[in-house]
Design a protein around this ligand. Structure first.
Ligand code: 5RP
Length: 224
């Protein structure tokens, strides 16, 4: 199977996972990226079974609305039943690196506001140790150089993602060459740098379930 076929398979698997648990008043959180897009496209067939969604980016809000799925502001709804999103990497504890699509801050907020975080990914994303994928860090623009120097002190090589402004008006530093053996500690350490809005480690609040697309079918992984 191609990577695109695996993404479609996990998008459908996430719909199958939640569809019988949805209620008329359910609002679900929806992530960003090509795998999340596959989920949205599969979800559209069930749009009459639930109330609507909270989007983690402007791009996702548009795709949901294009399918006729109502999009709510997070402040207008209570706790979300599910959050479904892709990832750039996952380890076996379901600690994630996210933010390849620069939506990490809103993704982390919507994940935090959700009871169950279902991560959907193709098999290429499962790794033993996080860090081969450069870790995205969203930064207030005036703090960019300062934050970059602090990230170097933590052992990384930050690279400014030129030409990208997040939905929140900030910039992204991608931190290369980090072998992340303690994702929870590193997430906290980076969050403590003044000027950092969010970093792409989702370890303090990992995924609850990983639906992994493999050539043998979709596997359901829970944190080991
Ligand atoms: C966006 C993300 C995405 O979930 C991540 O980049 C994976 O994207 P894709 O499903 O396109 O591989 O974190 O900020």
């Amino acid at each position: 199977m191609t990577q695109d076929e695996l993404k479609k398979a996990v998008g459908q698997a996430a719909v199958d996972f939640i569809k019988d648990k949805l209620e008329e008043n359910s609002v679900i959180g929806v992530g960003t990226g090509s795998t999340a897009n596959c989920f949205i496209d599969a979800l559209a067939a069930y749009k009459d079974r639930f109330d609507g969604a909270v989007a983690s980016s402007e791009a996702t809000a548009k795709r949901l609305k294009d399918h006729g799925i109502p999009v709510y502001d997070l402040n207008a709804v209570g706790e979300l039943e599910f959050y479904i999103d892709g990832a750039d990497e996952s380890n076996h504890l379901l600690h994630l690196i996210k933010g390849g699509g620069a939506a990490l801050t809103r993704e982390k907020i919507v994940a935090a506001a959700s009871k169950t975080f279902i991560c959907i990914a193709d098999q290429s994303k499962l790794v033993d140790t996080l860090g081969a994928f450069p870790l995205p860090v969203e930064v207030i623009p005036m703090a960019r150089s300062y934050v970059a120097r602090e990230l170097v002190k933590l052992g990384g090589d930050p690279v400014y993602r030129a030409g990208v402004t997040t939905d929140n008006g900030n910039v992204i530093l991608d931190v290369h060459n980090m072998r992340i053996t303690d994702p929870v500690a590193l997430e906290l350490a980076i969050n403590n740098i003044v000027g950092v809005v969010t970093n792409g480690l989702f370890a303090a609040r990992p995924a609850d379930v990983l639906l992994l697309g493999t050539s043998e079918g979709v596997k359901t992984l829970k944190a080991e």
